[in-house]
Design a protein. Structure first.
Length: 289
């Protein structure tokens, strides 16, 4: 069976870890051109729209709907507190409800992405890189990591309480874009959402990682997957962007690489086949890179 929903992740602008924005400006004309490309050249029927500016998110969603795309609105507020993140997600829920009332397309709200890393408070650290470094180093899993309680329990409490508030304003389906390391209580969501990146560290058991989500008995959504376009990027998975030195002006590569779009194409083809083989074939996949 062919994939039911095919989509890409569309960024309207987020702060990067060491300063600057992924998109300093964004015009309606640019969004129209890119949504047309997503629809007619990439042959997608859905788009996951992510970023921190709610006005940009709504603009992009309106334009995506105009081009016949289903919208998965995925607000992301890097390094914001739990309170700020929850409040702004509720604002996004109101936007989603307005979109539902204006069109016949499917509208889904994604309640954050890998919040244990990108939201302040669950894991200690001033930014995502610091929190990721702590999470990736078991030798540091001491009082520092558990000072505020179990990260797993705190993340699930946050998602549960935010979902309760969101459902007061939005009647459509909800999901969350979980990192493979996050142990999420999916009872409050309509879909299981996973950022399913294969890399050198998990390639030997990647299929097993995907299979475990089938036990939850809810539709599985692959909210992100992909790799960059250079030799060796397939072994880096979601971390391929680290070859860019964002402290330099302008940004430049921090090592010599060989561009190879075939690396990305083969990676995507392999992942699509694996997801379909494992029963994600009637659900949703959003290629990020």
């Amino acid at each position: 069976m062919a994939l039911k929903v095919r989509g890409v992740t569309y960024d309207v602008g987020m702060p990067v870890i060491k300063g600057g924005m992924t998109r300093e400006s964004l015009s309606a004309d640019a969004v129209h051109r890119e949504m047309q490309t997503i629809t007619h050249e990439l042959h997608c029927n859905a788009v996951r729209i992510t970023g921190q500016d709610l006005d940009r998110l709504k603009m992009a969603a309106d334009i995506a709907i105009h081009h016949g795309l289903d919208v998965w609105l995925s607000p992301s507020f890097h390094d914001a507190s739990e309170e700020t993140t929850s409040n702004r997600i509720v604002e996004a829920a109101r936007i989603c409800e307005g979109l539902r009332g204006e069109c016949s397309r499917h509208i889904v709200l994604v309640l954050g992405c890998e919040l244990s890393i990108f939201m302040a408070g669950i894991i200690p650290g001033k930014n995502g890189l610091e929190r990721l470094a702590l999470l990736s180093d078991p030798s540091r899993w001491t009082e520092e990591l558990f000072a505020l309680g179990s990260p797993v329990e705190r993340l699930n409490d946050f998602l549960k309480q935010t979902a309760i508030e969101v459902r007061k304003h939005f009647s459509g389906p909800l999901t969350y874009a979980a990192g493979l390391w996050e142990d999420i209580d999916w009872d409050v969501f309509d879909f299981v959402g996973i950022d399913a990146y294969r890399d050198a560290n998990n390639s030997s058991h990647f299929r097993d990682l995907i299979q475990k989500y089938k036990q939850i008995e809810k539709p599985i959504v692959v909210t992100e997957f992909g790799c960059c376009t250079y030799v060796g990027a397939d072994s880096q998975g979601s971390m391929g962007w680290l070859v860019i030195d964002r402290e330099s002006q302008p940004w430049r590569l921090n090592k010599s690489i060989t561009r190879d779009e075939n690396v990305q194409a083969e990676y995507l083809t392999d992942m699509l086949a694996l997801f379909e083989d494992e029963g994600v074939k009637t659900n949703d996949l959003f290629c990020r890179q």
